[in-house]
Design a protein around this ligand. Structure first.
Ligand code: ABT
Ligand code: MG
Length: 149
């Protein structure tokens, strides 16, 4: 089954949006298989955002993501990588559609509340970077026959 890596960023935690954000993926029908609240080391932040290391916003991004606890999660389900990106909304919250997490709760790109893997391969890399295998639970929700035909 497809998996994605999601992380509620320090702004989402500080603003008390953890429950609201998790609710959206839960009620959609995705399955939570990994969850932890953690402080992010500079080393982990730099690995996670390695693709952006030459960009001017990189130092500020690392500073922000290490500034307070983050909720790291792995979610599972058919098409979860692309669907989670839709639920999250556009990178710039001012361009994100109402009804998306960023569209409903954010106003600026550097405080966009949540990260979601952008492709299946990225998801696999990010899950390995953030979680140990034994931290992930494989389980079949009893709802499965009501979610998938
Ligand atoms: P992430 O899920 O955090 O990776 O965001 P997303 O994939 O939607 O957007 P990208 B382009 O990967 O942005 C990564 C983080 O960099 C911030 N950023 C991005 C800026 O601060 N300024 C910019 O001009 C751009 C393009 C937004 C993202 N995270 N935060 N916070
Ligand atoms: Mg990204």
């Amino acid at each position: 089954m497809e998996r994605t890596f999601l992380a509620i960023k320090p702004d989402g935690v500080q603003r008390g949006l953890v429950g609201e954000i998790i609710r959206r993926f839960e009620t959609k029908g995705f399955t939570l298989v990994g969850l932890k609240l953690m402080n992010v080391s500079k080393e982990l932040a730099e690995k996670h955002y390695d693709v952006h290391k030459e960009r001017p916003f990189f130092p500020g991004l690392i500073q922000f993501i290490t500034s307070g606890p983050v909720v790291a999660m792995v979610w599972e389900g058919d098409g979860v990588v692309a669907s989670a990106r839709k639920i999250i909304g556009a990178t710039n919250p001012l361009s994100a559609e109402p009804g998306t997490i960023r569209g409903d709760f954010g106003v600026t790109v550097g405080r966009n509340l949540i990260h979601g893997s952008d492709a299946i391969e990225t998801a696999q890399t990010e899950i390995k970077l953030w979680f140990k295998e034994e931290e992930l639970a494989s389980w079949q929700p009893t709802l499965t026959p009501w979610l998938y035909e």
